[in-house]
Design a binder for this molecule. Sequence first.
Ligand code: FDA
Length: 404
Amino acid sequence: MEKHDLTNFDVIILGAGGAGLMAAGVAGQRGKKVLVIDHAQEAGKKILISGGGRCNFTNINATTRFAQERYLSANPHFAKSALGRYTPRDFIALVDKYGISYHEKTLGQLFCDDSASQIVDMLLDECEFAENCGGSVDFSFGRPVHGVSHEDGQYHVSFGEHSANAPALIIATGGPSIPKMGASGFAYDVARQFGLKIIEPRPALVPFTLGGEDVLFRELSGISADVEAICGKTKFREAALLTHKGLSGPAILQISSYWKHGDVVHINFWPDHPKGHLKAAKREVPQSHIKKILSEDLSDRLAETLAKEIGEWRNLADLTDKFLEEIEAKIRAWPFTPNGTEGFAKAEVTIGGISTDELSQKTMEAKKMPGLYCIGEAVDVTGWLGGYNFQWAWASGVAAGQAV
Ligand code: FDA
C-alpha cells in the first residue's frame, strides 16, 4: 500500500510477525505480488523483544527427529513436514548470508550477538529483494482489518479506508499471548468464519501463580535454583525462579505447557545428586543438619524455608536412614499445586489454535477453503522454549510462501 497503490494482489498476508514476513519474502521472490497487513505500527514486534532483545531465532534441535517430542499439537506429526523442508540449518544459512553474528547459549539455542532487530531487518530485506525477482511485497501498518470475505475465488480484505483482493490469503496473526503487544485471537475468528475448527487455546510457556500452602514461597521472590520440574511423565532440568506471584524461570515455563488446572508440579531441588545424598552426608558430616546440607546447593533463604517445612533440626547422626530417605524423597519431589498461571498477559506462546486437521501439512492450505493458508503461532503447533517457536514460524511461513 505504501509503495504500490494496487488493490489486486496474488497473496494477502495478515500479520507481519516472523511467520508472515517469511511467507511474504518467499512468495515475493517467486514473483508474486504480496500485500502484508498488520494493525501494529511496525513489523516483527515479538521478534524485537524476544530472547531479551537478542532473539533466540532457532534451536539446532528443532528438526524432524525431535519434532514429535518438542512440538505440542493434537497431531504431533503435523509439524514434521514443514520442519523437514526448512530446517535450522536453512535459517542459519540465511543469517550467515546477512553476516549476522550469533552464538549458542545453551541446549542448542542460537541468539544474535548484537540485536534482534537484525533479524527483522533481514526479513524485510528479503521482502524488498522480491522486486529483483519480478515480485513485490507491500506493507500496510497501523490500519485495523475490518473484515475478510471470499467470493468468486477471491479473498477480499477491508482494512482502514482500503480494501484489497487476492486469490490467496495467509493468516499469520499469531495467538493471543501478550495482548499488550497487539496480539489477538483474530486468526481464530477468520478461521471460524471459514468453518475451520479451533483447538481450545490456552497460555503456554507461562509463569505459575501460587496460593494456599505454597504461598510462603512467594516471600522468596527473586531467588532461583537449578532444579528439575516434573509434571506427570515430563521433566525439565533447568533454572526455576521464585516470584512474588509464584514460580517462573525456564524449567517452569517449559513444564507449564504440559500442566492443566489441578495438576501437581513436583520440583526436584537435588537434580545433580545421586540418590542417598542425605545418608552419605550422615556418614561424612554426622553433626550437620538438613538446613546446612540444603544450603550447600540452594540459597540460604530457600534452604531455610524448605528446612522449616520439613521441620527437622536434629543432627543427621540422630536420624534413622529410613527417615532420611523419606526427607530426601520430599526434597526430590517437592509438591506445588499452582492455582493458575499468569495467563495470556505473560505467556510467551499459545497452545492450541487452528486445528491441524483442517490444513495440509505440506502447504498449510485449508483443505476445505482453497487459497486460505494458516501459519505460525495461529496454528495448533507449539514448541518448547528455546528457539523452537521461531523455527516453526519460519518453516510454516516458507511452506505457505512456496505454495501460494
Ligand atoms: P506473531 O505474534 O509474531 O505475529 C503476529 C502479527 O500479527 C503481529 O505483528 C501482530 O501485530 C499482527 N496481528 C495480530 N492481530 C492482528 C489483527 N487483528 N489485524 C492485523 N494484524 C494483527 N520464540 C522463540 O523461538 N525464541 C524466542 O526467543 C522467543 N522469545 C519470546 C519472547 C516473548 C516475550 C514472547 C511473547 C514470545 C517469544 N517467543 C520466542 C515466541 C515467538 O515470539 C512466537 O512464537 C512467534 O513470534 C510467532 O510468530 P507469528 O508470526 O506466528 O506471530
